[in-house]
Write a protein that binds this ligand. Sequence first.
Ligand code: PEP
Ligand code: MN
Length: 353
Amino acid sequence: MELESILLPGIETKRPVVIAGPCSAETEEQVMETAMQLSKKGIKIFRAGIWKPRTKPGGFEGIGETGLQWLQEVKKETGMYVTTEVATSKHVESALKAGMDLLWIGARTCANPFAMQEIADALQGVDIPVLVKNPVNPDLELWIGGMERLNNAGIKRLAAIHRGFSSYDKKIYRNLPQWHIPIELRRRIPELPILCDPSHIGGKRELIAPLCQQAMDLGFDGLIVESHCNPDKAWSDASQQITPDVLAYILNLLVIRKEKQTTENLNELRSQIDECDNSLIDILAKRMRISREIGTFKKEHGMTILQTGRYNEILEKRGAQAELCGMSAEFIKIIFEAIHEESVRQQMEIINK
Ligand code: PEP
Ligand code: MN
């Protein structure tokens, strides 16, 4: 990919580059109030979604073109750069006409090559920075492919946004970070800036700070964080938005280590361990849910909880499987005994209900 290193003039190269603003532009007052507060805290790039891709109809789908005027107002009053999400050629046209300084492309759009090509075609010959969120599914090639379409259309100021990947099961994160994917992106295209979106990864306020720190420890270049003057009253993504005050507090506490420090590899490996541990917890929770369903079935059919034949079968099968994977059967036996014990405890709860 042919890339330029400066995304925007005057933005310090000192990590992290920070983009902040509400999930959605709601009213002129909310946009202006949030922007003023963020600007006072030193934020230089303001985000607000005006066309919102919502999972289900009936939610707030964005204020539409009117919001572009509010963003122009933000630019005029605060001097901040402004950005919004585009998903169609019509959005691109309107956003460019309204003088947006950057554009971002959402996760659902990135997952669709037709949409990415349509946007790339609309941007042919335009010189504007474009930030591309990872697709909702964990597919690095699709992410890179989308950025390649833009690059082929002449977009040289590109950056990637890591916003996590969706999965079926309930979990700690709204979208699983799967850090190894942006890490591999960095290895493949080292000159491409990567920003982290802790808001959409975490889905809740208390995860914003640790995710920001983790992104910095991994050497990411920037952060895009949802910030709202009154988060509890937000019309979309209320649980993950933070006030400009809280954002400033989080940014102040960030430890920014120099890149290429020797601990960097260790941090990468540790984040992979964290990833594994999160998956372990998720999968155990899923197993327990199924186990409780079995408990209900046993109760309805008057069966005993302990079905010894089944338990022995599990222990034997998993022991042999573990040895094939380079672990001792004894170790797996201990783990499965503990899992079984918890399963039985959960089924007892069901039966005694
Ligand atoms: C957003 O940034 O508000 C948004 C819709 O994000 P994503 O595309 O990551 O879901
Ligand atoms: Mn959002």
